[in-house]
Design a binder for this molecule. Structure first.
Ligand code: AMP
Ligand code: MG
Length: 326
């Protein structure tokens, strides 16, 4: 009875505040992960229905990008590339082309630690069913991991792979790009305070109405627990962790972040979070620093103005980049 009264009161207060400034939230599944949207609306009414329109446009944008970039959707532009770019030049959308250019820049900057052709071997792992490629298969396929084998022709937005063994995957960068697009949509709709997250990637618009947002970084070994909370506003933060998709075989953890030099999972650290303005770059950099490990990963982030990192090493110690140390 008490619960019923409380829930009635909550419902009533929600209705009462419907026409005033209010926080709206929506959680949904997309791009193979859980997405979460929160935003503050100064005025909304049953008539303008702006909150619902905003939620719909965000859900649709995520779905649009999933349809373009998912490796699991046969008709996606990405799948088309993987089927055909080894054989001939393929024309792609401006949007995908520019994401491929960004990925290429991060590959160059990281000496190939970030490499979307990791998929040439990466697609042979199946973490749900504890399947990994045998060493002989990795050895044979390893030459197909090389971002330099992707030819990007800027003039006519075409993509060509050096050969048909090469496959690409945007799992390390696409969610960051998608949440960045969502923040652009929210800003264009006049929203001043919002949070958009997809899996381990979060982008913030403004603050939380006068206070910083507190973004939790998952504890790498204890589910449902956070290792730390970081106060942020107007920035993006991405976490790459070895606990997202993995299986353990004979004490070794096989997980979804692949060292392009070995074709095996990267195991120098367990979690990397990167903070910065550009959600796309932040997403790619967290994957990059994860592959590079503590020393090289941190050195890379410290060399980039406007980017910060927090790394959890194999002993579960926290390390912060220079700008986060105060
Ligand atoms: P994130 O959780 O952002 O670190 O992204 C992990 C995802 O990035 C994986 O699920 C793969 O789709 C992709 N990935 C794995 N290894 C690499 C790599 N070395 N370079 C680029 N993308 C990668
Ligand atoms: Mg990433």
């Amino acid at each position: 009875m008490k619960n019923l009264i409380i829930s009635l009161l909550l419902t009533l207060s929600f209705i009462t505040f419907q026409s005033h400034a209010l926080w709206y939230q929506h959680t949904f599944d997309t791009m193979g992960t859980r997405a979460h949207l929160e935003f503050f609306l100064e005025e909304d009414s049953q008539f303008s229905n702006q909150s619902n329109l905003i939620i719909t446009s965000i859900v649709e944008e995520m779905s649009r990008l999933d349809k373009a970039m998912s490796p699991y959707i046969e008709s996606s532009e990405l799948s088309l590339l993987n089927r055909q770019a080894g054989l001939r030049e393929v024309v792609v959308s401006e949007e995908l082309f520019s994401l491929l250019i960004t990925a290429d820049k991060i590959s160059q900057m990281s000496d190939g630690a970030f490499d979307i052709t990791y998929a040439s071997i990466g697609y042979q792992y199946d973490y749900r069913n504890n399947i990994r490629p045998k060493q002989a298969i990795i050895d044979k396929a390893l030459p197909a991991i090389n971002y330099r084998s992707i030819q990007l022709n800027v003039k006519n937005s075409t993509v060509k792979f050096d050969n048909s063994a090469i496959k690409i995957d945007l799992g390390g960068i696409a969610k960051g790009y998608a949440i960045k697009r969502c923040i652009d949509i929210l800003r264009a709709a006049g929203i001043k305070h919002a949070l958009m997250s997809a899996g381990g990637d979060t982008a913030l618009l403004g603050d939380r109405n006068g206070r910083d947002w507190l973004v939790g970084i998952k504890h790498p070994r204890t589910e449902q627990k956070n290792a730390v909370h970081i106060p942020l506003k107007d920035e993006a933060i991405s976490t790459s962790g070895d606990y997202e998709r993995y299986f353990i075989e004979d004490g070794t953890r096989y997980h979804h972040i692949i060292n392009p030099k070995t074709g095996d999972s990267a195991r120098k650290v367990v979690s990397v979070s990167v903070i910065g303005k550009d959600a796309t770059v932040v997403d790619a950099l967290s994957t990059t620093a994860f592959v590079k490990g503590l020393e090289e990963g941190m050195a890379l982030i410290n060399s980039l103005p406007g980017y910060e990192a927090m790394i959890i090493d194999n002993e579960q110690r926290l390390h912060f980049s220079i700008g986060l140390q105060q």
